[in-house]
Design a protein around this ligand. Structure first.
Ligand SMILES: Cc1cc2nc3c(=O)[nH]c(=O)nc-3n(C[C@H](O)[C@H](O)[C@H](O)COP(=O)(O)OP(=O)(O)OC[C@H]3O[C@@H](n4cnc5c(N)ncnc54)[C@H](O)[C@@H]3O)c2cc1C
Length: 469
């Protein structure tokens, strides 16, 4: 049985846990305001709000229901556009109407829900944050200028909300119907499901699995890792970080300790998918999907991360991420094993990190080539360095020889020009839809330099990127 609250109604359904939420909402619950279009999490027309109990509150965020399996909403509150019905339209809906930001209306429910989730979840409100919140909602007829006009009004209105008593204030000001205040209590009556030991397939956020194989997964035995609380935790002890396998990318974005150590960390994560996808996608899912251009794999390789792998027999083993990937989509994980956490240290001082990604669109696109560097400087010399690159080999590549070449040297133009020659011997790009092998070799070189230019702007001119070596 999957149990959850859909708008203000408790649902108990024996339907398969691999059924897609959008199909349940439209075909079983009859709420047609949730639209389907791409069925790949790309367009946002199926956006719903997902509320997860967290102690005395419910934490809300927007998710794509077209790639969310029913099993992932057990114990949660799901809100469709019908669930926002009130005596009058909400201030968010009104701002869209007043700004003429609705033409055919197909994308509108998704946009309203993404913005309502934003109203519920953000600590501060700004035009840019509001824009980011609907970054995964594609509109093909109204035009984004009218929508942006509405965002200005929405931001202004939200800034008068009392964020200390936010839920009550959002209800009092007509953003949400009154039943929202009861949800936290009502969710307590739903028991967590028993975890199946011999399930056929692990599901994280499902953003990879349910794009690739929704039909085969419909009736499969699935195990939902978001149900396992300890896999959703991030912890820090001094300079050591441990990220639970089922942590969402948006959880990482909100974990302040990362930005303390790597000031641009959230900016780098914002280059992965859309807010909608980052709200769902897990860290381990990104690694196990083993895409040669998986952005988190590239980031964690440059942090020299280590995976803690567990098994049904409860034996934990550890393996460096750089040793995990073997060949294209093949990695060191047995059938009965799963990733428990991702662990790494960030040196106390002298540490710098950068991530670069080139894709056809700046946001909401996968990389042609991506690269990251984690570098520790002591007495003007490179004490330790880890460099990774994606899209130029069958696996997310850790540049062993290049990193080895750099160790112990001074950061200078001569050093990095020497290193790039080593780098070019380590990669083996192929021609594909993301670009020719020649183009990717050029990008590999340019991103390598860009990493150094970003970290040491006082030492390197930007023109280095285009120089011949
Ligand atoms: C619209 C869209 C945009 C995207 N954009 C990007 C992007 O910009 N960059 C990028 O890198 N990726 C992108 N992705 C790909 C995908 O979102 C990520 O790879 C994501 O991190 C996968 O995580 P998940 O939890 O959803 O994986 P799932 O689909 O749940 O699982 C993926 C694989 O991991 C396995 N798995 C999950 N957890 C564990 C575990 N703990 N132990 C062992 N195996 C496990 C599953 O069995 C499955 O084989 C995008 C996807 C979509 C749909």
């Amino acid at each position: 049985m999957v149990e959850f609250i859909l708008n203000d109604k408790l649902i108990k359904t024996p339907l398969p846990k691999g059924m897609l939420l959008v199909d349940f909402i439209r075909e079983n619950a009859g709420f047609k305001g949730t639209k389907t279009a791409c069925r790949e999490g790309d367009c946002g027309s199926c956006t719903v709000i997902e509320g997860t109990p967290a102690g005395k509150v419910v934490k809300y965020k927007a998710v794509a229901s077209c790639i969310t399996p029913l099993g992932n909403v057990h114990g949660k509150h799901i809100v469709t556009i019908e669930g926002l019905s009130n005596a009058e339209i909400s201030p968010i809906q009104k701002a869209l109407v007043d700004s003429a930001a609705i033409q055919c209306g197909y994308c509108t429910p998704g946009i309203v829900l993404a913005l309502t989730a934003y109203a519920l979840s953000n600590k501060t409100y700004s035009f840019n944050n509001a824009k980011e919140a609907i970054g995964g909602n594609i509109c093909r007829c109204t035009g984004y200028k009218a929508i942006e006009k509405a965002l200005v009004i929405i931001t202004r209105n939200l800034n008068s909300i009392n964020t200390k008593n936010k839920l009550k204030d959002l209800i009092d000001n007509g953003y949400l119907p009154a039943y929202f205040s009861q949800i936290v209590e009502r969710l307590k009556s739903i028991k967590r499901p028993a975890i199946k030991k011999n399930a056929h397939k692990i599901v994280g956020g499902g953003t990879d699995l349910f794009v690739q194989n929704p039909e085969t997964l419909y009736n499969s035995e699935l195990i939902f890792y978001s149900d396992i609380k300890k896999l959703g935790k991030i912890s820090r002890k001094d300079n050591h970080f441990s990220i639970g396998a089922a942590c969402k990318i948006s959880d990482l974005e909100q974990y302040n300790s990362f930005s303390e150590k790597i000031p641009r960390f959230s900016e780098f994560l914002a280059l992965i998918g859309s807010k909608l996808i980052r709200n769902m996608a897990t860290v381990a899912g990104n690694i196990v999907n083993a895409s040669p251009i998986g952005d988190l794999s590239i980031i964690f390789l440059a942090l020299d991360a280590e995976l803690f792998i567990n098994s049904a027999k409860k034996q934990t083993r550890q393996i460096k991420l750089k040793d995990f990937f073997k060949e294209y989509k093949s990695f060191d994980l047995c059938d009965n094993e799963f990733i428990e956490s991702i662990n790494f240290d960030i040196p106390e001082s002298g540490f710098y990190f950068n991530f670069e990604k080139v894709s056809k669109r700046e946001y909401l696109d996968i990389a042609s080539v991506n690269s990251a560097i984690g570098i520790e400087i002591e007495k003007d010399k490179i004490k330790q360095v880890h460099i990774s690159i994606g899209g130029v080999a069958p696996i997310p590549l850790y540049l062993r020889k290049t990193s080895g070449f750099l160790k112990g040297k001074q950061v200078s133009e001569e050093t990095i020009k020497g290193a790039v020659e080593v780098l070019l011997t380590e990669i083996s790009p192929i021609d594909d839809v993301r670009g020719s092998s020649e183009y990717k070799r050029l990008l590999a070189k340019q991103l390598f330099f860009a990493n150094f230019i970003e970290i040491f702007p006082e030492r390197f001119e930007k023109s280095l990127i285009t120089k011949k070596v």
